[in-house]
Design a protein around this ligand. Structure first.
Ligand code: ADP
Ligand code: GLC
Length: 480
């Protein structure tokens, strides 16, 4: 099996959210299965290389490709996917990738990611590598099917290649002014683009991918159904419905090598189901680290998230201050993003100084310590294609409180206190009343420690490893 995998993110080099985790985990799984794999991502100047050796690939230097009417120069560097001998390829083009972060607002995102698409195809040509599958992830890589049909349509090397576009987040579509079409070097491809989009003056990478990829997937079965509806389709549901028989949902795997409470080097006290006391020690350590008082029996909620509308923190506005005033509990939040949410959490911290800490920023070590030290983990998302943080919290015995949507619905089962079954607290409606119900149910359950420990063990026993989830991708590759 020959697979070419493209992504704008791949942890730990480049990650803003779950895309980076999911693609790295999948790549590691595929490499372990003996798949002949070529992985491409941009060589951002912000890449977190942490002392790793990155070397130029000799025969992939001084290349040019045509974008925006000029020859864009690029080269390719390589490094190993951490924990493997699998090389990954970093497209080096300082003119486009020398920016403060992974994404940028200078108005040339279409060129930055068109280059990724073109460079991956051109490098496959130079390697004489005809993939069985080009596996594309999100809008940044979604032009590949169109390029294969147009600019590179002449190349027999790709005659047998199929394309799979995995939609991690339909909320980001890569929409640009239609006049930019010519900049992409698609040749006479106008007719293949979505005509209604063009008529409205828009060019959408995601739409092009949905129209032209051989197959589509998203990152959970529930979300695969949701995106066919206007509520979750972000305007693309009619197109997706037309392709529904080529769309599947596969829940992401978790890299338990990185997220394992028994072997996590980033936490103070490793623990397992056999030793839940260790978890309490992590709670003490976390509270001390963030400067909140520890009191036995007082539960701690954790949040680690991008702070965007997707994540549902609007529900906190009413529910959380009221809850904190009414019941003893603590809350630690790690996240950054939209100003309104950052301001809300800053204000919450000021209103409840002994109960709430907000760490505004991005910190992987702190994310691990919040997973380990909290009793419950909050994910009230408006929509959630898969969600990884609730999978980490399950493994860390940090009982997830989630809204029943997308991958959250597929991975967390509502606790039944009478039967002792289930793995977390799941509410349906996107309103603060429903969240309040879940919070109260969770706090009431926490009061009975013997039963609570049963729930924690249920959660920790869940297996969302890549060993289990990865074979679904292999099956899909074979099918397409
Ligand atoms: P999304 O991709 O929509 O952000 P996921 O749940 O799939 O949501 O993945 C989020 C990933 O990003 C997790 O690995 C989470 O720990 C990480 N993450 C999010 N925000 C932060 C942050 N502020 N600091 C550290 N890690 C974060
Ligand atoms: C997206 C989604 C998230 C998913 C991640 C990895 O960022 O928002 O739900 O887990 O991609 O697939």
């Amino acid at each position: 099996m020959k697979v070419c995998l493209l992504s704008s993110e791949l942890g730990p080099f480049a990650k803003t959210g779950g895309l980076g985790d999911a693609v790295a985990g999948l790549a590691r799984f595929l490499a372990g299965q003996g798949v002949d794999l070529r992985v491409f991502l941009p060589f951002y100047s912000s890449a977190r290389l942490a002392g790793r050796t990155v070397v130029p690939v000799e025969f992939l230097q001084g290349l040019t490709t045509e974008l925006a009417g000029r020859a864009v120069r690029y080269g390719v560097h390589t490094t190993a996917l951490p924990g493997t001998a699998q090389p990954i390829y970093l497209v080096h083009c300082p003119a486009l990738y020398d920016r403060r972060g992974i994404y940028d607002d200078r108005g040339d995102e279409h060129l930055r990611f068109a280059l990724l698409c073109r460079a991956a195809i051109e490098c496959c040509q130079r390697m004489g590598f005809g993939p069985d599958v080009f596996h594309l992830n999100d809008w940044h890589t979604a032009l590949v099917p169109l390029y294969l049909r147009t600019a590179y349509g002449w190349d027999e090397l790709f005659a047998g290649s199929r394309t799979l576009l995995t939609i991690h987040n339909l909320g980001y579509q890569g929409i640009f002014p239609a006049r930019e079409v010519d900049a992409l070097g698609l040749g006479p491809a106008r007719a293949l683009l979505h005509q209604e989009d063009l008529a409205r003056g828009r060019l959408s990478f995601m739409t092009a991918g949905i129209l032209h990829a051989s197959h589509l997937s998203t990152v959970s079965p529930t979300h695969a159904r949701e995106i066919l509806t206007p509520n979750y389709g972000f305007g693309l549901d009619p197109l997706l419905r037309a392709r529904a028989d080529h769309l599947v949902g596969i829940v992401n795997g978790v890299d338990y090598g990185e997220w394992d409470p028994a072997a996590d080097e980033l936490i103070a006290h490793p623990y397992s189901t056999a030793d839940l006391e260790g978890k309490e020690w992590n709670k003490k350590a976390l509270l001390e680290e963030v400067g909140l008082p520890y009191e036995p029996g007082v539960p701690l909620f954790g949040v680690v998230s991008r702070l965007t509308a997707q994540k549902g923190f609007d529900l906190f506005y009413d529910a959380i201050p009221e809850l904190l005033a009414r019941r003893p509990a603590r809350l630690v939040v790690l996240g950054s993003g939209e100003q309104r949410y950052e301001e809300f959490f800053h204000a919450l911290g000021r209103a409840f100084p002994g109960k709430v800490r907000f760490h505004c920023g991005f910190s992987n070590p702190l994310a691990h310590r919040i997973q380990a030290g909290s009793d419950m983990f909050l994910v009230p998302s408006r929509f959630e294609p898969c969600g990884l943080t609730q999978l980490y919290s399950l493994r860390y015995g940090t009982v997830p409180i989630v809204r029943r949507t997308g991958g959250l619905a597929d991975t967390v089962e509502l606790y039944d206190s009478a039967a002792g079954t289930g793995t977390g607290f799941v509410f349906d409606n996107f309103d603060s009343q429903a969240l309040r119900w879940a919070l109260d149910y969770a706090l009431d359950s926490y009061a009975d420690r013997a039963k609570w420990n049963g729930l924690v063990r249920n959660a920790m026993a869940q297996d969302f490893s890549w060993e289990r989830q990865g074979p679904h991708y292999l099956d899909l590759y074979r099918r397409i």
